[in-house]
Write a protein that binds this ligand. Structure first.
Ligand SMILES: [Zn+2]
Ligand SMILES: [Zn+2]
Length: 346
């Protein structure tokens, strides 16, 4: 199979022909039809993710067709259209049995713990527990955009922040995660406030449902600007970027008893942010993490897509080839693209 491959962190990946994978007893091999490019792939390539062992094939947001299934797989067969959450559960640990596969103790993450989907084929373990059948109405490119950013945002907004209609929701960072969170919060009837340093991204965020926008470079104090817009602070706030500044602002801009959700990864130099803990205590703020989404929760998200209230395909910026993904990956930390890039040609 053709795949994007690297042997050292930070060295430009190459497109190589590697042996085709075979399914494990409880796994499948999927022919990748579409796979999204995400900031976590960049973090992985930079060496920020301790799960990655070299050499490596990245890629964790994918959709495709089952090519082969192991003997122990009963729910899926060759030809099935599927996607998969980027955190897949083992199916038998305490967390999986409680329905929280997104924090499984022995999780399988394509593109991190195992070789991923920047390739013609990808092997996926624990298939019965984690694969999600795709309705014909959802294209492969759209489905690929669900695997990490959109699903993670869905869990962050719906299940962790428990956003309700009418609430103010501050979203810090208008990349793939942030734009997804804005669309999902707006679909629930909430009032999203977009925060970014790019006027272009803020304008795009408004088309996704943001009712107000704050350019963090144009105001002296982001938290104060959010408090002003929302009449006292956001009910819920999401750090969709993952930086010391955005994490701090996302907590500081909450109203009393507000909920912060950390979605953007805090890696490298950003790993140990300051937290306004006096405010957390005095205002009874709640702080959550959000880490992927269980396969069984995809039903609710796919139902909202079928009803037309969520349109993740609007977040897709460019469809690119596997070879074009190499320069896109290595420059991801400086990307100014609106919307996400999806590899659809191999
Ligand atoms: Zn598990
Ligand atoms: Zn991702």
């Amino acid at each position: 199979m053709k795949a994007m491959y690297y042997e050292a962190f930070g060295a430009t990946p190459e497109i190589r022909v590697l042996p085709d994978p075979a399914p494990s007893r409880n796994g499948v091999v999927v022919k990748v039809e579409a796979t999204g490019l995400c900031r976590s792939d960049w973090h992985g390539w930079m060496g920020h993710d301790p799960d990655i062992r070299l050499p490596h094939v990245p890629g964790h947001e994918l959709a495709g067709t089952v090519l082969a299934a192991g003997k122990g797989v009963s729910r899926f067969k060759p030809g099935d259209r599927v996607t998969v959450p980027f955190v897949s559960g083992c199916g038998h640990c305490h967390e999986c049995r409680s329905g929280n596969q997104q924090v499984c103790e022995a999780q399988f993450q394509p593109g991190f713990t195992h070789w991923g989907s920047f390739a013609e084929y990808v092997a996926l373990d624990f298939a019965d527990q984690n694969l999600v059948p795709l309705p014909d109405s959802v294209s492969f490119a759209t489905a690929a955009s669900l695997g990490c950013r959109f699903a993670t945002s869905f869990r962050a907004v719906c299940d962790q922040a428990k956003v309700k209609g009418g609430e103010w929701v501050a979203v810090h960072g208008c990349g793939g995660v942030g734009l997804s969170a804005i669309m999902i919060a707006a679909a629930l009837g909430a009032r999203p406030i977009a925060i970014d340093i790019s006027e272009e991204k803020l304008a795009f965020a408004r088309t996704m449902g943001a009712v107000a926008a704050v350019n963090a470079r144009a105001v002296a104090d982001v938290a104060e600007a959010v408090r002003e817009i929302s009449g006292g602070g956001a009910h819920a706030s999401i750090d969709a970027l993952g930086s010391q500044v955005t994490a701090f602002n996302s907590i500081a801009n909450l109203r009393r008893r507000g909920r912060h959700v950390q979605v953007g990864l805090m890696l490298g130099a950003e790993a140990a942010p300051q937290i306004p803990m006096a405010q957390v205590i005095g205002h009874e703020l709640e702080i959550y993490g959000s880490h992927g989404m269980q396969a069984w929760r995809y039903d609710a998200m796919l139902a909202m897509m079928a009803a037309g209230t969520l349109k993740p395909e609007r977040l897709i910026g460019r469809e690119i080839s596997l070879a074009e993904a190499v320069p896109a990956l290595v420059s991801m930390d400086q990307a100014t693209d609106l919307g996400i890039s999806v590899i659809t040609r191999f």
